[in-house]
Design a protein around this ligand. Structure first.
Ligand code: AVJ
Ligand code: FE
Length: 438
């Protein structure tokens, strides 16, 4: 028996609240253990270095996690004065430009800052009026999860850049025993489904839940693999404007792009999802195979809808929280395998319609521009989602092999500019159904 049950209050409502309080505490601590684990092999140079021009140094993300907890919990909720106000300008999201975030306190001082804030945050959690704050605590957990993803992305980028000789990755892929090419598509019959998420952990941009009616379409059972993408490269796809959108071709020309970033030029990777592509490359490939990218509604219906129950599912497989069981789990996330996996590695993770890898492995580009659903209300601040409803950002769905479990679900929406070559992002394609014969 745990202390939870021994000291549980007798009022069932109160007991439920105390249980939720303990679950939040446990989740915050589990999340933090994973965050700190990312820094195990990080030296002081890497800590302060801007690895990618569009992203802050990884040490900044650690300080920013601390600052955000302090701001929302200690200042806004507990009404305390800022802890260590000298860090505000440095670690606030709207403080310094990214290129000026290299002048950081050292590793040890940043850990101390984080630890000082979190000790007080957990102290406050014991007495926090959860009924009115629970959503904020869930948001905070996912905020840290999101920054973990960025830290992992930057570390992986640095690793591949260091290993690069000059265009193949040195990781050891898991290889496939047969040579199947994963071309299969599944049919999603016409009908309405419920898009979005209104649970306590829903991010502002996932709300409100609403009905979307879709015509019949076909969607790839698997993400596009390196083996498939290789054919596009071999056929001169990068030299032929016919496959590219106008803005995509301009982007390709301006940047001299001829293959995905860190393209593994080795058949051993054939059954892994292609990654390191921009949305433009994904669209060009889709056109090359006479398909297109899914809208986010098409993606979400294929991932989450259970037509027999007429219900949304949180995960493709139902409601079981993603667990960290290597190989026997439901999807490749949270550094389980340390790299991408074969696109058919997780049969237990299939959606109702039989799509694999809808969660984990690689993020998937969609055809949709990031925007608020009808009735959108920002939370907890306008800058979290709303400032990106600018017609400049495309939605990505599904999470990657580094995504923490708290940010992994069918309704979750990520966004990047279409020209970002995200090494954690790939895609799958859809095709309209043939019109019924007359
Ligand atoms: C959803 C990953 C695009 O990192 O910019 C973190 C998440 N927002 N802190 C980002 C986020 C504020 C966001 N992405
Ligand atoms: Fe942030």
């Amino acid at each position: 028996m745990t202390s939870t049950s021994r000291f549980a209050p007798s009022d069932p409502q109160l007991r439920d609240l105390e249980l939720r309080r303990q679950q939040i505490q446990q989740a915050l601590q589990d999340c933090r253990a994973g965050t700190l684990a990312l820094f195990q092999a990080v030296d002081s140079t890497t800590f302060c270095q801007q690895i990618h021009p569009e992203f802050s140094p990884i040490g900044w993300h650690l300080g920013h996690i601390a600052f955000t907890e302090g701001l929302w919990i200690l200042e806004h909720c507990a009404g305390q004065a800022p802890l260590l106000p000298q860090y505000r300008r440095l670690f606030a999201a709207d403080g310094l430009p990214k290129a000026e975030r290299c002048n950081l306190p050292n590793l040890a001082d940043t850990y101390t800052y984080l630890d000082t804030v979190t000790t007080q945050v957990l102290q406050y959690l014991k007495v926090a009026p959860l009924d009115s704050q629970e959503r904020l605590w869930h948001w905070l957990l996912q905020h840290e999860s999101q920054h973990c993803e960025t830290i992992s992305f930057l570390l992986q980028l640095q690793r591949w850049t260091a290993e690069l000789k000059p265009s193949s990755r040195l990781d050891q892929p898991q290889q496939h025993s047969d040579s199947s090419d994963f071309e299969e598509m599944v049919c999603i019959p016409a009908g309405a489904f419920q898009q979005g998420n209104d649970s306590l952990d829903a991010i502002d941009n996932e709300r409100p839940v609403h009905s979307v009616d879709l015509a019949t379409y076909w969607i790839d059972r698997y993400p596009v693999t390196n083996g498939q993408y290789r054919k596009f490269i071999a056929a001169g796809g990068y030299q032929n404007p016919h496959w590219w959108s106008e803005s995509g071709w301009q982007w390709r020309q301006a940047n001299g792009i001829t293959q995905p970033l860190y393209w593994p030029n080795d058949p051993a990777w054939a059954a892994h999802p292609v990654c390191g592509v921009s949305c433009y490359e994904a669209e060009a490939y889709a056109r090359f195979v006479q398909k297109r990218l899914p809208t986010e509604a098409e993606w979400e219906k294929a991932a989450s809808w259970h037509p027999q129950k007429q219900q949304r599912q949180t995960y493709p497989w139902g409601e079981v929280f993603p667990s960290a069981e290597s190989g026997i789990g439901r999807c490749n996330h949270d550094h389980l395998e340390g790299q991408t996996t074969l696109v058919d590695a997780y049969p237990k993770g299939q959606s109702f319609y039989g799509c694999y890898d809808m969660l984990g492995n690689v993020w998937e580009w969609t055809a949709s521009w990031f925007d608020g659903y009808d009735g959108f209300e920002f939370y907890p601040y306008r800058g979290y989602s709303q400032v990106y409803f600018d017609g400049q950002h495309r939605v990505l769905r599904g999470g990657s092999w580094v995504t923490r479990p708290w940010g992994l679900r069918c309704a979750f929406r990520n966004w990047y500019e279409p020209g970002t070559r995200q090494i954690l992002a790939g895609f799958r394609c859809v095709r309209d159904a043939e019109p019924p014969a007359a």
